[in-house]
Design a protein around this ligand. Structure first.
Ligand code: SF4
Length: 482
């Protein structure tokens, strides 16, 4: 018998959160792991902490395969220095390697440990832990890295048992999982206590039933659930949504105003600015489309540069929703209230994808990142324009359906090729999906969003791991061989 999924009780601001790029699972999740680890140490007995001499971070799975290109090492060290993604200055990650050693400290009670990216070790890509993006953080009673080289770690040793290639002892250890979209879990993790949503749903079918029973609009239902889950007032939630929208739009603006090359060995030039500038000479239809592209490039390039973006639902796909939000404001004259309502509708689409399939490239490929972002943006646009919840669902379904099977194969391990361009294509697909959904016979639309999520989950399970953010297959390999 099939298990009934639990009702969704995620907060909007767990899905949509600001932080530094370029990857929610490789940057934001690991930074949160470092931050969580140091906070746990702060709670510990002073005498126990006085035995500590070193800290070691070990990255496994996709974190190991593409962590260097994604800046995972610097992110987790910044977390251990006491920074969390919402407050970490983005420049810190770029300056970390040059920073004086005395300033790169893990501080907890009396404990002061000098740390750097040398504390980070890259483990095997294939392992048996429950999530691909697994990392360990160990507090040691010996300095790390030590002057005496540790015996080499044999990949075969690292499966479900812990390797201990150290001269000393592990005093305290955490096994973290970066499960996509910046969400973090650990061995023994339990969901935190929170309020129960008054309109529970775990599938789109149930959500449509709740809407019919309650007579509420989609955004109103989500607002009521969010109020109950978080305990925040509707006014506070609206302010926070406006803040998220503003951060999204600012990432678009900064992106198309910036020039030059993006960080990393590819030497990729930013393109948002030239797309934006050249659109002025185009015919109206081409101009609008070119600007939508420029907006998506802008935010995606800011993400690739490690600057502040909003996970929507991830960093790699952080250009799609902001591009459509700016387009709604600039070209469709939809006001702030409509944008906010649209954003709430988009979160329902993202919640369902996270709960029933996955939103991490390392778990399901890019269909879960740009595919879901495109579905969220299509829903945002359809709801903001006042279409029914059925049209909103169909818009999201169409956008996601035509991303099914999309692999994650970032060239060189950087969130640049194909990611940036893919955000622009995802934004245009979202716009088109909303147009199709709004102009077809709603009842004639046979595929539901739940069907497409089931397909995405199945395809994600069957997808070879070389197409799941490991940069060992697809474009990542073919381009490198050219
Ligand atoms: S290819 Fe897609 S899933 Fe992979 S890193 Fe790029 S945006 Fe993320």
């Amino acid at each position: 018998m099939q298990k009934t999924p639990a009702p969704i009780n995620m907060s909007v601001f767990e899905l949509l959160k600001s932080g530094p790029g370029p990857s929610s699972s490789h940057t934001i999740g690991p930074m949160r792991a470092g931050f969580d680890f140091v906070n746990r140490l702060k709670e510990m007995d002073v005498h126990f902490l006085s035995q500590a001499r070193g800290v070691r971070v070990r990255l496994l799975g996709s974190l190991s395969a593409t962590g260097e290109g994604h800046g995972t090492d610097r992110a987790v060290i910044a977390g251990l220095m006491g920074h969390d993604p919402t407050s970490c200055p983005p420049a810190l990650l770029n300056e970390l390697n040059e920073m004086e050693q005395d300033k790169r400290l893990l501080s907890a009670g009396p404990l002061r440990l000098k740390i750097s990216v040398d504390n980070v070790e890259y483990g095997p890509i294939h392992h048996e832990y429950p999530y691909s993006n697994t990392l360990f953080i160990d507090l040691l009673d010996t300095p790390y890295p030590s002057d005496t080289p540790a015996p080499p770690v044999m990949p075969s040793l690292i499966s479900s048992s812990r390797p201990d290639p150290l001269a000393g002892n592990i005093l305290f250890s955490m096994e973290y999982y970066s499960v996509g979209g910046g969400f973090l879990q650990w061995n023994g993790w339990e969901p935190s206590e929170r309020g129960q949503p008054p309109y529970p749903y775990a599938t789109m079918r149930e959500l449509q039933m709740r809407l019919e029973e309650s007579g509420l609009s989609l955004d109103k239902l989500l607002l009521e659930n969010e109020t109950a889950i978080t305990g925040c007032s509707p006014g506070q939630i609206r302010d926070d949504l406006d803040n998220i929208l503003e951060i999204m739009k600012s990432s678009v603006r900064r992106g198309y105003e910036a020039r030059g090359r993006l960080p990393g060995s590819i030497g990729l030039r930013r393109k948002a600015g030239s797309l934006y500038d050249r659109s002025a000479s185009l015919e109206p239809f081409d101009r609008a489309l070119s600007l939508l592209n420029a907006y998506a490039y802008g935010a995606a390039e800011e993400n690739a540069a490690g600057n502040i973006i909003v996970t929507a639902p991830t960093c790699g796909s952080a250009g799609v929703l902001p591009a459509v939000a700016v387009f709604m404001q600039q070209h469709l004259c939809l006001d702030e209230a409509a944008q906010r309502k649209g954003l709430l509708a988009a979160t329902a689409i993202g919640f369902l994808a996270k709960q029933n399939a996955g939103i991490a490239g390392a778990e399901v490929g890019c269909q879960g990142e740009v595919g879901v972002a495109s579905a969220m943006a299509a829903a945002m646009l359809a709801h903001a324009r006042g279409y029914s919840a059925r049209v909103v669902e169909n818009a999201a379904e169409i956008a996601l359906e035509h991303h099914l099977g999309l692999t994650c194969d970032p060239v060189g391990g950087y969130v640049q090729i194909p990611c940036i361009e893919r955000n622009a294509v995802g934004a245009v697909k979202a716009y088109n999906a909303a147009i199709i959904a709004a102009n077809e016979d709603v009842a004639a639309h046979l595929v539901t969003y739940d069907d497409t999520l089931r397909a995405m989950a199945e395809i994600g399970r069957d997808m070879n791991s070389k197409y799941k953010e490991t940069s060992t297959g697809g474009l990542a390999v073919c381009l490198a061989q050219c």
